[in-house]
Ligand binder design. Structure first.
Ligand SMILES: Cc1cc2nc3c(=O)[nH]c(=O)nc-3n(C[C@H](O)[C@H](O)[C@H](O)COP(=O)(O)OP(=O)(O)OC[C@H]3O[C@@H](n4cnc5c(N)ncnc54)[C@H](O)[C@@H]3O)c2cc1C
Length: 408
């Protein structure tokens, strides 16, 4: 019986395992995960799970894995892959033979430079256990310093304010969200955080962090210091590629895969946060995404291709973030844009449409309360996928139905 082993029991690995069954695979499936929990959703970790102290939101419960005949080995790491012998070595000493292998090992938080040893008051946020530890330090009045003005830091800031903590956010660059988020949207986010009482300090240069029994200190390069009860470092993520690299697979800002999610070694595929892939819609440009829907899409695509479908990756990048009652969404890649058209919708919500030099819509980003922008971003995504060159004047006018521009 054919055996497919999936390394990494997160969003992507779990999705792939079920997709294999949905596509009719009746061989053996083993999903190996280093964490103690069954696969769970990470987006709530900085939002409602942190706010309410919830248990992990499982992708599926144990009964569904059992019904589908998916063996989930939790609390076990794969320590090495032998592509020639087609086996993986587990941390409990066992080795597991495979016919085909899928790597969905995700990413881990980038540590603050130079930090090592046992650290209690300086944390990162990636796992359920991180959320539990951070929540324990967020009582009302406690001072949280967040290093990094990216999505995770900002979502954490919003939740920490709801929990009554005093929050200072430290960003080294001149503004928050400088990676892939337009200025106008970052400005709205920053203003809202400040209105909620978050102190945002941009352009700061941190020299070192120092932990003592009762507090933690940030030492700035200009000689100033700041004390806090807890520091959370949110300065990006590093793809988990070491296993693949040691097994001789090509690495290029992640485990390099082709448009079918196939690695440089036969019968080994990779998907989700750990891989970089070429995206045909953007001239085959290679990118690595850290986004929930991408993990799902690639999990399903990898399953199809493990079974020989030969389907190419076509989904567009899409990401959302919730902070307070604001939702921000980004579809496509805006960095090749030469023109941006703003469309104001109801209640202060707006969408920015990004067009390339030829007038083609290549990305859309928006912000508003609740799901104010959701439908328009969905339509924008369809327009991007269809390669539409919309009339900028019509695009800017809220009364123009985007559907009509899609049809045109
Ligand atoms: C706090 C937080 C909030 C987020 N919010 C959003 C959001 O609002 N919107 C959005 O679009 N995206 C969001 N994301 C991103 C999204 O959750 C990720 O893109 C998604 O989880 C990636 O799934 P994955 O399966 O590729 O990797 P992961 O979820 O990281 O899963 C990989 C798993 O593999 C395991 N593993 C690694 N190495 C080994 C090994 N050698 N052996 C066994 N197991 C191993 C890891 O322990 C991990 O459990 C958020 C992420 C975080 C951390």
């Amino acid at each position: 019986m054919l055996h497919i082993v999936i390394i990494g029991a997160g969003e992507c690995g779990a999705r792939a395992a079920f997709a294999l069954r949905e596509k009719g695979f009746d061989g053996q499936i083993t999903l190996v995960g280093a964490e103690e929990h069954l696969p769970y959703e990470r987006p709530p970790l900085s939002k409602e799970a942190l706010l309410h102290g919830l248990e992990p939101k499982l992708v599926s419960d144990a009964a569904r894995y059992a019904d589908a005949g998916i063996a989930v080995l939790t609390g076990l790491s794969v320590e090495s892959i032998d592509p020639a012998g087609k086996t993986v070595q587990l941390s409990n000493g066992d080795s597991l033979p495979y016919d085909r292998l899928l790597l969905t090992m995700g990413a881990r938080p980038r540590p603050f430079p130079g930090l090592s040893g046992t650290i209690h008051r300086i944390r990162t946020l990636r796992t359920h256990d991180d959320t539990v530890a951070i929540r324990a330090g967020l009582q009302p009045g406690k001072h949280l310093a967040i290093i990094g003005g990216g999505f995770i830091g900002l979502e954490l800031a919003a939740t920490a304010r709801k929990l009554g903590a005093q929050v200072t956010l430290l960003e080294g660059l001149p503004r928050i969200l400088s990676r892939g988020v337009p200025d106008e949207i970052a400005g709205v986010v920053a203003a809202r955080h400040q209105a909620e009482g978050v102190e945002i300090l941009c352009g700061v240069k941190i020299q070192s962090l120092e932990e003592s029994r009762d507090e933690v200190k940030v030492h700035f390069e200009d000689g100033r210091t700041m004390a806090a009860d807890l520091i959370v470092v949110g300065i990006g993520a590093i793809p988990n590629v070491e296993l693949a690299r040691d097994a001789g697979l090509t690495i290029d800002n992640g485990i390099a895969v082709d448009e079918h999610l196939q690695t440089s070694v036969p019968d080994i595929f990779a998907a989700g946060d750990c891989c970089s892939f070429p995206l045909a819609h953007y001239d085959g440009r290679r990118l690595r995404l850290e986004a929930w829907r991408n993990a799902q899409d690639q999990g399903a695509l990898a399953a199809a291709n493990l079974l020989g479908a030969g389907e190419a990756m076509s989904a567009l990048p899409w990401f959302w973030s919730d902070q307070y009652d604001l939702t921000l969404q980004i579809a496509g890649l805006a960095d090749g844009a030469t023109q941006t058209i703003r469309r104001d919708t109801a209640d202060g919500a707006f969408i920015l449409f990004h067009l390339d030099a030829g007038g083609r819509l290549i990305a859309a980003s928006g912000i508003g309360t609740g799901n104010a922008i959701a439908r328009d971003i969905r339509l924008a995504e369809m327009m991007i996928a269809a390669g539409v060159r919309p009339d900028p004047v019509a695009l800017a006018a809220a009364q123009t139905k985007l559907k009509s521009l899609l049809a045109a």
